[in-house]
Design a protein. Structure first.
Length: 231
């Protein structure tokens, strides 16, 4: 029997892990996956060297997913990085040409691919999601600013995200300005397959806050799987 992704439990990724204390906070909170930023071209405080990311990925226990997040757009350096870091999933945070995606898929067939879609104009965002869907395993809906393509701390228009979820057959991950205080409303509006948080669970110094991380994950655990109606 094939299981629809919409009836699976909500999955939770905590992103921007950059230290052992961040990693411990995420694991103790019960995150399903942890994100490590490597290869940044836009503003971020969370970039790691490939060696530092690989050292943290090696500490993950069984059944916890590792996601390498990159801003790079060319297949060759991305393939080199994912091999060094050893993550099981690759999140492409910037736009990337279809042939580059295909090259990554051919070189790393065992690595799951996530493409970020920056939600702005509704029609353009939906068209971008539909175009990317056949090339990847999941889509991530995020916010962006003039200098950041992730980690903005700003929500986008969730009604557009909901329209994308309704039109996409692959799992859709909601990101962008999520925090414990607005997560329930975001889930009720968008009904994603997974959520992704970074700055929304951080202290003022940028470290992951164990209490906020746990609060975020617990809201997700209480969220019952509600399948979308057939389109």
């Amino acid at each position: 029997m094939q299981v629809s992704p919409w009836t699976a439990p909500l999955r939770v990724k905590l992103c921007g892990i950059r230290s052992r204390s961040d990693l411990a906070a995420a694991l103790n909170a019960g995150a399903d996956a942890l994100g490590f930023i490597v290869g940044a071209r836009h503003r971020t405080e969370d970039e790691l060297t490939p060696a530092a990311a690989a050292a943290l990925v090696a500490l993950l226990p069984p059944f916890t997913g590792s996601v390498m997040v990159t801003h790079l757009q060319q297949a060759t350096p991305i393939i080199e990085l994912i091999r060094e870091v050893g993550a099981t999933t690759l999140q492409l945070q910037d736009g990337i040409a279809p042939q580059e995606l295909q090259a990554i898929r051919s070189a790393q067939p065992g690595v799951k691919l996530i493409q970020a879609i920056h939600v702005g104009d509704g029609d353009q965002s939906i068209a971008a999601a539909i175009a990317a869907e056949p090339l990847v395993d999941a889509l991530l809906l995020d916010s962006r600013t003039a200098d950041r393509i992730g980690g903005t701390g700003l929500p986008h228009d969730w009604s557009v995200s909901r329209r994308i979820v309704e039109q996409i057959g692959k799992p859709v991950i909601l990101a962008g300005g999520l925090r414990p205080e607005n997560l329930q409303a975001a889930l009720e509006t968008v009904r994603p397959a997974a959520v992704d948080v970074n700055s929304g669970i951080e202290t003022a110094s940028g470290a992951k806050d164990p209490q906020r991380a746990e609060a975020f994950v617990q809201i997700c655990r209480r969220w019952g799987p509600l399948p979308l109606p057939p389109r």
